[in-house]
Design a protein. Structure first.
Length: 374
């Protein structure tokens, strides 16, 4: 009976030792099994996210300055047009008649001015011969000045008639993409009617709204990364060129515009887009894996592995992104922090470093950190 009890006792001791073995992660003699990561330095981007709308750098509504029937439409809808290319032609027969009448009036005024000039010269000569009096001279001079004024008036009428005739031809003010047309040949249009829209798509921009709390940090020239649903995973570089001088009273947002690099013309005006604005670059920042942080009442702490002993240390955390945390105070590059296994640690606990995915290597870093603009 005693022999049986002795065997059972030895079996229990062996089982307990096996449970406290290194593979169980709790044997004090060999230390707690942990994975570590080296404190590295990196450049982090402090960012803010926003949403916005893509815009063409220039947008012009094509509208006539003269009324009449549409005589010709000289473009294909949705296609590229060159600067100066004819888009619409309005029936100009009445305008040509008005121009002809204005030119005839100008010629008549020229004849009258020449007659007035000859009469003034004759009266001046007679005044020298004491044949004509001052009243005749004044009358001739008045007629001549009136003829000169009539010349200027009719010349202006000719110029105006020429411009109105030229307005019957609507041309593209710049190179771009033309929208659908809103009229057909034969339609009657009035001054200001919207016939089509021209977009300068070689230069695109995004207009986005950011909360007013960022108005002191948004600057001209800051980088913006733009993403659209049509091209998942692709980012378009942009640069801020406009920051609104006032805050929208209704939304408490500020309007920001950034010019987009789109060399292949992939983007379209009016599309929804997400944007990430880089507010600042934080260079040579100590960073660790975010999973190494242990929350405390005072903030955060980490365990530093020093000669196979875990030492607790309070740290001041700065920017954070998915998987990465910046350390403002408490660590220096090159130190080893515990990534996994720290839940079983206390200050002074012996540790045994086991191979891990990032032991001794660069921790996973995304390079950006910031707040949402929504």
């Amino acid at each position: 009976m005693a022999f049986v009890l002795l065997v059972g006792l030895l079996s229990c001791v062996a089982a307990c030792r096996q449970a406290e073995s290194p593979t169980g992660g709790s044997r004090q003699g060999d230390g707690v099994a942990v994975e570590v990561a080296i404190v590295k330095v990196d450049t982090l981007r402090e960012t803010v996210r926003g949403i916005g709308t893509l815009l063409a750098a220039e947008t012009v509504e094509i509208a006539p300055e003269v009324e009449g029937f549409v005589r010709k439409i000289a473009f294909e809808e949705g296609c590229a047009v060159k600067k100066g290319q004819l888009l619409f032609s309005i029936d100009d027969r009445k305008l040509q008649a008005r121009l002809a009448a204005a030119r005839a009036a100008f010629q008549t005024a020229k004849v009258r001015m020449e007659d007035a000039r000859r009469r003034l010269t004759r009266v001046q000569r007679l005044m020298g011969d004491k044949v004509a009096d001052q009243d005749e001279l004044d009358e001739a001079d008045t007629d001549f000045r009136a003829a000169e004024a009539d010349i200027e008036r009719t010349r202006a009428e000719v110029g105006l008639a020429e411009m109105r005739l030229n307005d019957a031809r609507l041309v593209a003010p710049f190179e771009g993409m033309i929208s659908q047309r809103n009229v057909d040949v034969g339609d009657y249009v009035n001054v200001g009617d919207h016939l089509a829209t021209l977009y300068r798509v070689s230069q695109m921009e995004i207009a986005l709204s950011l909360p007013e709390r960022f108005m002191g940090r948004v600057r001209l020239g800051q980088e913006v990364a733009v993403e659209v649903a049509a091209y998942p995973g692709r980012q378009f570089g942009a640069e801020i060129h406009f920051v609104s001088p006032h805050v929208n009273e209704a939304t408490r947002d500020i309007l920001v515009k950034a010019a987009i690099e789109d060399p292949d013309g992939s983007l379209k005006p009016g599309a929804y887009a997400a944007a990430v604005v880089t507010l600042a670059l934080r260079e040579q920042c100590p960073v660790i894996p975010e999973e190494s942080l242990v929350a405390t009442r005072q903030g955060y702490m980490v365990f530093v592995a020093e000669e196979q002993v875990a030492r607790s240390r309070q740290v001041l955390v700065g920017l954070r992104s998915a998987g990465t945390a910046e350390i403002l105070d408490g660590l220096v590059p090159g130190e080893q922090v515990v990534r996994t296994g720290h839940m079983s640690l206390s200050d002074g606990t012996k540790v045994r470093i086991i191979p891990g995915e990032n032991n001794g290597h660069e921790p996973e870093q995304h390079g950006t950190a910031g707040a949402s603009g929504n």
